[in-house]
Design a protein. Structure first.
Length: 143
């Protein structure tokens, strides 16, 4: 197993040429039903890359499992109150925006029913030939 396929750029040990860390692969290594080919396929890695990550995890098992348990504790603790408050504010703003958008669409639908049909062209604008004819006629009036 070639650990030279693993390096650390500050995010923890990762497979060279990818952004996949050994910690990303650890749950697969801990799952007895995850085959080598499955891990390769899901993470778009070669068998050598997966083997190198597995070797790194085995050679640094105490450190890897300690970090994994810290992550599990943080996940179990949930988000801090400040994050939950910000998420609620963002959700409330999104709901207000959706209501505003719905009201605007209703107002446009009412306005569309009240206005006469649009002249030829796109979105009520004259076609280019009609615009040119109108511009030429208007220029003739000025002469």
């Amino acid at each position: 197993m070639n650990e030279s396929l693993i390096h650390d750029r500050g995010r923890g040990p990762e497979v060279i040429g990818t952004r996949i860390t050994v910690m990303d692969l650890l749950p697969y290594f801990l799952d007895a039903s995850a085959t080598e080919s499955y891990i390769c396929q899901v993470n778009n890695l070669s068998a050598d890359q997966v083997a190198a990550a597995r070797a790194y995890a085995l050679h640094h098992a105490d450190k890897m499992l300690a970090e994994h348990l810290e992550v599990e504790v943080r996940i179990a603790a949930g988000n801090p109150p400040s994050v939950l408050d910000q998420a609620k504010k963002t959700h409330d703003a999104f709901v207000k925006f959706r209501q505003w958008l719905g009201e605007r669409e209703q107002q446009r639908a009412i306005a569309d029913r009240a206005t006469p049909p649009s002249p030829p062209g796109v979105n009520g604008l004259p076609a280019f030939r009609e615009w040119i004819a109108g511009a030429e006629a208007h220029a003739g009036e000025r002469s």
